[in-house]
Design a protein around this ligand. Sequence first.
Ligand code: PEP
Length: 249
Amino acid sequence: MTDGLVPLVAGNWKMNGLRRDLDEIRAIAGASAHLPRPEILICPPATLLMAAAEICAGTAVRLGGQDCHNEPSGMHTGDLSAEMLADAGAAYVILGHSERRAEHGETSEEVRIKAHAALRAGLMPIICVGETRAEREAGEALALVGAQLKASIPPHPGPGLVVAYEPIWAIGTGHTPTPTEVAEMHTFIRSELGIGLGVGGTKVRLLYGGSVRSENVKEWVAIDNVNGVLVGGASLKSADFMQIVKAFQ
Ligand code: PEP
């Protein structure tokens, strides 16, 4: 866990959730009322953000978007700006998730521009990086993630930046890297951030993501430079998610 950083447990609901599922957010807000740590974040679909913000007002649960456009407003049908997410109650925004990189062709350069937009709007960007199975097997994981980091992170990201290491082959598959592989990658990311951001690099929270479940969360908690987790499937049910939250207390 380490570093004196307050851990962050973030749930990415992806394209899941109808109004009736707000009960899960209500339950998370209730169950976390007396937990001083970790910081808890839910990134629901944008359709639920405003209602979720009403539920979470006055609680410790924070909200985030799953993507944003780089412009503050304009002729971009179907897109949402960082300002709109902030206006709806978001404090964070996930950027460069591998599903957006794969399905929408997002490049690291675009992610960096979106990160600028997030910072402009007062949102904390969660920048996702991670390799494919083939890249790992070819011994290219560190180089690939290093290149993604260099291209995705703005030069002056401020204190709120979060980086999520999510090996693509671990997302939604039930397969996970070994703790040694995660430790190696997180140490590498911390060192790269130090080179790029100086002392600011020590303040960036590094999340592990990829099939995090209540059954395996203890493995990630124990690793240096793992300052929290980004959770997909297991964040949809409050009971599962709260077990993960409690592991980071
Ligand atoms: C994710 O969506 O970022 C993710 C890690 O998903 P899952 O936990 O379902 O693998």
